[in-house]
Design a protein around this ligand. Structure first.
Ligand SMILES: Cc1cc2nc3c(=O)[nH]c(=O)nc-3n(C[C@H](O)[C@H](O)[C@H](O)COP(=O)(O)OP(=O)(O)OC[C@H]3O[C@@H](n4cnc5c(N)ncnc54)[C@H](O)[C@@H]3O)c2cc1C
Length: 543
């Protein structure tokens, strides 16, 4: 079964008896991928067997801890990924052997990337993966964890707080995690568009333009690939009114249903929580912060020749698809006040930065009078001197008005490029991923492409498609349109045609589409139940 955090972390699965499971169930097919891609700093992996009575008794204890860290309402999200692997499933045999599982439940601790592609042996006690030797109850497990990371989490923690972002870590270091928020914002924006049925004849072109921008310049490779897939299948996924009439005649059904299955940044996203954009109070930052970071990260990646295109793509996207009425209106007013087209990427990036500062100033006043701001993240003119001293030419000027500050614009642009370019993706890059794995990682800085990219052929094709960006897509897009026209002409010439021909035509198109997308399915079987030896705390396994 698919165990993306989308289905488990976000919606938190029901375990069939009314309660929910917070721990993410992994299996041999997704173990490495999920642990490699998680933004969490640490991971606990519980090896268990569903037939083991001790494991069943232990489950509520484990879940009490998992509740704190996993799921959309986690009190401390994004720090520890709590997972479990069912060793009684045949599919997991090798995986459980890899970790020398000798009893159930058996718990391990480590940085998520340290679990990828490796195993554990009893002699390895001092290695980077550690066996948790005292986690028999929820209290003891949480104490064990607290000792490892110097935290003071409690099972009764209820307050939403931001203490997981240690105050001694600068914003500059934290931005490295923002790439996960950029993914989250992209997927959330897309979910909102689908949920609110916002793709209409008047907004289609604007979405296509924005998707083109994402394909070319999104800092996350998996979002680039997802955007490319949506773009090339756009007509099938979101038929325009004219086409949808023709299509529904052919297949006799409404095609728009398939749109819901598209996950623009892969099935793990949205995860349901924010990292860099997490506020100190619920609902203060999150999506709108992630959206700003996405826009800035796009703005520093566009070339001079694309700057005007990027400007209109972003303005139109916010105008048509940002569901905050006041925000979209104000932003569009600022877009409309631009009188001459942008000629350089630098001018466009600086315009967006300045526009964001104007929003900050306005909101600073509103939040002060209404008390609606996040006390830990007050609106400021950005970047402050602590982040970029060289951005300020002199000390003079009012910090309440960006226009009165004597900005060193070249320095501001240099800073923006660094901050939203290389630093934004640095956290992922610095993650210790085993050799060979790094090249198939989901996120990669498009400003600093690596030379030696080794990927499977299928992925290479998709990446190539994504990298070719505007040119290839425009070309592909046009050929798709032509194909569609040909079909329409064919239908017109043949009138209603006979039913069999239409069905054949539709089947051929479906087949071609399937070929393009490819399919991946996991298979699992069950190992026959093994009798227990009656131990109440652990079930031993002979290996
Ligand atoms: C296009 C758009 C228009 C909006 N308009 C409105 C509105 O009219 N009214 C309203 O109430 N809310 C509006 N919002 C939401 C609002 O701007 C904030 O996103 C929200 O209040 C959360 O604020 P935050 O503290 O997370 O910081 P945000 O303003 O969301 O900024 C996110 C991060 O960007 C960085 N940053 C801050 N300023 C700049 C800058 N000038 N240049 C580059 N990076 C910067 C900082 O690291 C900051 O943490 C808008 C959002 C967007 C995306």
């Amino acid at each position: 079964s698919s165990v993306g955090s989308r289905s488990i972390l976000r919606e938190v699965s029901s375990n069939g008896v009314g309660a929910v499971d917070y721990a993410v169930e992994l299996n041999a097919t997704n173990f490495d991928t999920l642990l490699r891609d998680t933004p969490a700093s640490f991971s606990v992996v519980e090896f268990f067997a569903h037939w083991c009575p001790a494991c069943r008794n232990y489950k509520p204890q484990y879940e009490k801890v998992a509740r704190l860290f996993n799921g959309p309402d986690a009190i401390h999200p994004g720090i520890i990924l709590m997972t479990r692997v069912d060793c009684a499933l045949k599919i997991n045999n090798k995986l459980c052997d890899r970790f020398s599982v000798s009893h159930y439940p058996m718990l391990f601790w480590g940085r998520p990337s340290k679990f990828v592609g490796v195993g554990w042996e009893p002699k390895q006690e001092k290695g980077e993966i550690r066996m948790i030797d005292d986690g028999r109850t929820a209290e003891r497990l949480l104490n064990w964890i607290n000792k490892q990371i110097g935290s003071s989490y409690g099972l009764d923690d209820e307050n939403f707080d931001n203490e997981h972002l240690p105050s001694n870590i600068s914003e500059h270091e934290q931005i490295g995690r923002a790439v996960y928020d950029v993914e989250e914002a992209t997927a959330t924006a897309f979910d909102i568009i689908i949920e609110h049925k916002m793709i209409k004849s008047g907004t289609r072109a604007s979405l296509i333009k924005f998707l083109q921008l994402l394909v070319a310049h999104h800092p996350s490779r998996r979002c680039r690939m997802g955007s490319a897939e949506i773009l090339v299948n756009f007509d099938d996924l979101y038929p325009s009114e004219v086409v949808s009439v023709v299509k529904s005649e052919i297949v006799g059904s409404d095609q728009t249903g398939s749109a819901k299955n598209i996950q623009i940044c892969g099935k793990e996203v949205p995860r349901g929580y924010w990292m860099f954009c997490r506020g100190s109070k619920n609902d203060t930052r999150g999506f709108s912060c992630g959206l700003w970071v996405l826009l800035h990260s796009l703005s520093v990646r566009v070339d001079d020749g694309e700057s005007q295109f990027a400007f209109t793509a972003i303005c139109d996207f916010i105008h048509n698809f940002f569901i905050c009425e006041e925000c979209r209106q104000h932003f569009y007013d600022m877009c409309s006040s631009v009188s001459s087209p942008f000629k350089t990427g630098k001018d466009f990036a600086l315009w967006l930065w300045n526009t964001h500062n104007k929003v900050n100033i306005r909101l600073k006043k509103d939040e002060a009078s209404l008390g609606t701001g996040d006390p830990k993240f007050p609106k400021i003119i950005w970047p402050p001197k602590q982040l970029c001293r060289s951005c300020y030419k002199s000390r003079a000027g009012s910090l309440d008005d960006p226009n009165q500050i004597d900005w060193a614009h070249d320095e501001v642009f240099k800073f923006l490029t660094q901050y939203y370019g290389t630093t934004l993706v640095s956290f992922y890059k610095s993650k210790d991923v085993p050799q060979g794995m790094a090249t198939v990682g989901a996120i990669e800085d498009s400003l600093t492409p690596t030379n030696a990219v080794v990927v499977p052929v299928g992925a290479a094709l998709a990446i190539a498609l994504a990298s070719c960006a505007f040119g290839a897509l425009a070309c592909y897009w046009r050929s798709q349109q032509k194909n569609r026209k040909r079909i329409q002409q064919w239908l017109t010439i043949n009138g209603n045609g006979n039913g069999r021909e239409k069905v054949q035509l539709q089947k051929r198109r479906e087949k071609e589409k399937k070929k393009r997308i490819g399919s991946s399915q996991s298979h699992g079987g069950q190992r026959p139940p093994v009798p227990t030896n009656g131990l109440s705390l652990y079930c031993h396994v002979s290996i």
